[in-house]
Design a protein around this ligand. Structure first.
Ligand SMILES: Nc1nc2c(ncn2[C@@H]2O[C@H](COP(=O)(O)OP(=O)(O)OP(=O)(O)O)[C@@H](O)[C@H]2O)c(=O)[nH]1
Ligand SMILES: [Mg+2]
Length: 229
């Protein structure tokens, strides 16, 4: 007998179609963002990690130190609160907060909507702090030219093996909070090996935004990303 209700197969098909068109729409907006960043001579970095791995702390220190000589801007995504924008707003950098409500990642349209409210005059780097999540942001291109994935020592060495897509799309992987690696029994060499296995294409830096170790290597990398006029 024919059913009036969609079968699980048609439901799955529709879900796949919807997801595909969502991602295609996002890719189109990401290309427009990328063109805008190029016209503005702005290098955009998309920072992705689990909640709490130290994205905002890294950016606070980066804006205070690297931002002294190179004008930077930041867009921050969270489900709720403008806490991170307020933290980053203590610097001289233009900062915008995107509150996503229930969305577990930023998309290219959200970033595009945030840009007109910022004074990007003279800015050379745009940091986009994504919503803390190692899964969903992997599929959403924001128009960035550099994707930075953070893995902090409290999370454990195995995260690259458990969340391959995000690591496979990384240009840079930062192992953060290395100041507490010893006390946590976090094996930095094992973590680095897991990163190299899942993200052989990525530049790997180990750092602590608290102690400052590794920060100069990060700033040297940022310096090399600034578009030359
Ligand atoms: N020991 C140590 N703690 C750190 C370091 N960086 C950040 N933290 C601490 O880790 C906690 C989370 O840091 P945040 O910078 O807020 O992390 P986040 O990734 O921005 O978090 P969400 O935006 O919520 O995903 C805070 O208590 C920080 O003080 C570090 O290098 N070493
Ligand atoms: Mg944050």
């Amino acid at each position: 007998m024919e059913t009036l209700y969609p079968t699980s197969a048609t439901r799955t098909l529709r879900t796949v179609e919807l997801r595909q068109s969502l991602l295609e729409g996002n890719d189109r907006q990401a290309s427009r963002n990328r063109r805008l960043f190029r016209d503005l001579e702005l290098t955009a970095l998309n920072l992705v990690s689990s909640p709490g791995s130290g994205k905002t702390t890294l950016l606070e220190r980066t804006l205070a130190e690297f931002g002294r000589t190179t004008r930077c801007a930041a867009v921050v995504g969270d489900l709720a609160t403008d806490n991170d924008a307020r933290r980053l707003g203590r610097s001289r950098a233009p900062v915008a907060q995107i509150t996503t409500g229930s969305a577990c990642h930023l998309d290219a349209a959200m970033v595009a909507r945030a840009l007109p409210g910022m004074d990007l005059t003279g800015a050379r780097l745009l940091f986009i702090e994504n919503v803390g999540n190692l899964v969903c942001p992997a599929s959403f291109d924001l128009g960035e030219s550099v994707r930075v994935v953070l893995l902090s020592s409290p999370e454990g060495e195995d995260k690259p093996l458990k969340y391959p897509p995000i690591f496979k799309t990384a240009h840079v992987v930062l192992i953060t909070k290395i100041d507490v690696a010893g006390v946590l029994g976090f094996d930095r060499e094992a973590a680095a090996e897991n990163v190299r296995r899942m993200a052989p294409q990525a530049r790997l830096i180990q750092l602590s935004a608290r102690s400052g170790e590794g920060m100069q290597e990060w700033y040297d990398l940022l310096g090399s990303l600034v578009r030359k006029e």
